[in-house]
Design a protein around this ligand. Structure first.
Ligand code: TXA
Ligand code: MG
Length: 349
């Protein structure tokens, strides 16, 4: 199949293109679309055949449920049962936006979309192209991140093309995704609610609204043997082709350790790449150094992370060393993705 790519301008969203994309979904086809977090691979959430096509296009195991995207808050009540007061408060504070909530599902949502679970993950994106597209598609769009299973999520239409060209009908190009990390996921079927995936909406910001939250133990201690509640979190993810190792410690010690290892690798005939920041990039020997942005601007780091991981795949490096990032604010979300990409290989200095 030939994948059509349609560029859209946020200042003047072309209604005709949106209608064309919506009609592909209504007929059971697939369209990748921009959101504020990452690009999504969309299909009709209420059509089991569409969900099956999504799994096939991504090469994703079908026990890994999809997020249902909506464009109107009221549509939540058509697919979710038992929407608690806390869920309503979070919805008021963070929707539309990068927050996904899990509820018991209603009949309307097929099990093909929820990976056989009796719960459904729901998100209302703030991206205006996404919202217009969801409306045109009939209101309920199932969408995982628009990458081939196991690869880093996609933050530009070019990334999507790289992974899914020829497998889907259309890509809506809205430029670079502004957040660059997937949404925060919170399980609202339990009290206190539990964070299953950290994201841009932090624990602290949610606690200001609804009081204490818990964090899925599988996120905190990944090798604890605890089975994560978000099925997708158990799969190896985001991994670049080269072997990635995180080096954590005081900045000076990290620079020294990475430089030493890169030289050692070179002697052993291996090429290394470095994932650094604007503040430190110039301090490394002349190797392939990619900067994620200014260390003090976590949002910049988040926005560039997946792109950098993909850039290394275009090179012939055998291994990659990455600096580590703060655990404050969106730091846990950044580190969660980086740790998964590294298969949890960390060197402490
Ligand atoms: O920002 C995002 O959330 C992006 C954009 C496109 O909206 N989507 C995204 O989808 O990251 P995906 O499929 O790559 O990740 C969704 C995660 C998976 O780990 C999945 O297992 C989990 O959400 N999930 C979905 N439904 C669930 C449910 N009912 N219960 C527990 N976890 C669920
Ligand atoms: Mg994903």
């Amino acid at each position: 199949m030939e994948t059509q790519i349609r560029r859209l301008d946020y200042d003047r969203i072309d209604e005709q293109i949106i209608e064309e994309a919506g009609s592909i979904i209504r007929k059971g086809g697939l369209v990748a679309f921009p959101t504020e977090t990452v690009y999504g691979l969309g299909g009709d959430a209420l059509n089991p055949e569409s969900s099956k096509k999504i799994y096939a296009a991504k090469g994703r195991p079908s026990d890994n449920p999809l997020i249902v995207h909506i464009a109107e808050k009221k549509d939540l009540y058509r697919i979710a049962r038992e929407v608690s007061e806390k869920a309503e408060k979070l919805m008021e504070a963070f929707w539309p936006g990068p927050l996904t909530m899990i509820f018991y599902k209603k009949e309307l949502v097929p099990e093909a979309t929820t990976g056989g679970l009796d719960t459904v993950a729901v998100r209302m994106p703030s991206d205006r192209i996404a919202a217009a597209f969801i409306r045109a598609a009939g209101g309920f769009v199932a969408a995982p991140s628009a990458n081939v299973s196991g690869r880093p999520s996609t933050t530009t239409a070019a990334h999507v093309e790289e992974d899914l060209s020829g497998r889907i009908e259309m890509i809506l190009d809205g430029g670079q995704a502004v957040i660059g990390l997937e949404s925060t996921i919170v399980d609202m079927t339990v009290d206190p609610p539990v964070i299953l995936r950290p994201g841009y909406v932090t624990k602290e910001k949610m606690e200001e609204q609804i009081g204490p939250l818990e964090v899925d133990k599988a996120i905190i201690a990944p090798d604890s043997g605890v089975k994560p509640k978000a099925p997708g979190m158990k799969y190896r993810h985001y991994a670049p082709r080269a072997d990635l190792t995180i080096v954590e410690g005081p900045t000076e010690a990290v620079i020294e350790e990475i430089s030493r290892r890169v030289e050692e690798d070179q002697k052993a005939g291996k090429k290394a790449g470095i994932l650094a920041t604007d503040e430190t990039a110039g301090r490394y020997p002349e190797w392939l150094v990619l900067s994620l942005g200014q260390r003090k601007h976590e949002e910049e780091i988040a926005m560039h992370l997946f792109d950098a991981l993909r850039q290394f795949d275009e090179t012939d490096v055998d291994c990659i060393y990455s600096e580590s990032f703060e655990e404050a604010s969106i730091g846990p979300a950044i580190m969660n993705r980086l740790l998964k990409a590294a298969g949890h290989k960390v060197i402490y200095v």
